[in-house]
Design a protein around this ligand. Structure first.
Ligand SMILES: Nc1ncnc2c1ncn2[C@@H]1O[C@H](COP(=O)(O)OP(=O)(O)OP(=O)(O)O)[C@@H](O)[C@H]1O
Ligand SMILES: [Mg+2]
Length: 247
């Protein structure tokens, strides 16, 4: 469904953020992208969603294909309409807009009223806590609630591939478990998922396969089961049984 092949990306003239990265997400699949700070995870999501140029970056080589069509140089709104929607790093809800307005903004590329109404029902069923607060400014929500809203806003565009950039970041363990359960439910409903996480424990519990980026290159890849058993993942990402937040 999504095929990233040999992608190289730079910021400005000299910062090489991705070097020859390949990754694919099959229809209905769930794939995780792991790696430490600065590895290039967000850059890869931005390269797929088409917002890399808006952050000063560009694709230098390789191909990104969605159901056989190239996504290179596509308008980000075209990519959303094609079915790929990204939940950005740090949630980025529109703080001064209400929850309702944030959701409406997420559905802005969708021209079919019935589809929008169905997406809104789905979001409120997934996140019942948002419903009584629809007219409150999003900036007043807790971090966990903002993450729910950011995911809800993305779902308003009825994605077939949902890309999430570190949804567990800064959240308490209970909220991480709730977000993980929600992602599992979204995937269970048939939406493909590409999940960027530093919380490997959470990510590997949700996906079929994963790849690990290290300074812009794929260092490891395999099924979630294989990766969770490798020494490197255990040492670097699962904390050797220390008290890392678990999902
Ligand atoms: N807008 C930008 N301009 C210049 N350099 C950037 C920009 N965004 C990222 N970089 C650089 O590109 C590299 C990859 O960054 P990226 O944000 O993709 O990493 P990441 O894996 O998402 O890290 P984190 O886990 O901290 O979010 C880093 O060296 C970073 O400093
Ligand atoms: Mg990032």
């Amino acid at each position: 469904m999504l095929e990233v092949q040999d992608v190289t990306a730079v910021y400005g003239r000299s910062t090489l953020a991705l070097q020859g990265v390949s990754l694919s997400v099959p229809a209905g699949g769930a794939v995780a992208l792991l790696g430490s700070n600065g590895a290039g995870k967000s850059t890869l999501l931005k390269a797929i969603s088409g917002i890399l140029p808006a952050t000063g970056g560009s694709l230098r080589g390789g191909t990104v294909r969605w159901e056989g069509q190239s996504l290179k140089n596509r308008d980000p709104a075209w990519i959303v309409r094609a079915g790929i929607v990204q939940v950005p790093e740090g949630r980025r809800v529109f703080a001064r807009l209400t929850i309702e307005e944030n959701l409406r903004a997420g559905g802005i590329t969708c021209r079919n009223r019935k589809t929008t109404a169905q997406a809104r029902d789905r979001v409120l069923a997934l996140f019942p806590a948002l419903e009584p607060r629809l007219s409150s400014p999003a900036g007043l929500l807790s971090g966990g609630e903002q993450q729910m809203l950011a995911i809800g806003r993305a779902l308003m565009a009825a994605p077939r591939l949902l890309m999430l950039d570190e949804p567990s970041l800064g959240l308490a363990p209970l909220m991480v478990r709730q977000i993980a359960a929600t992602i599992r439910e979204i995937h269970g409903d048939g939406t493909s998922v590409l999940l960027v996480e530093q919380n490997a424990h959470m990510a590997l519990s949700l996906v079929d396969s994963a790849c690990v980026l290290e300074v812009g290159r794929v260092a490891l890849e395999g099924t979630a089961r294989e990766l969770s058993q490798t020494d490197e993942i255990q040492r670097s990402y699962l904390g050797h049984g220390t008290d890392r937040t678990s999902a």
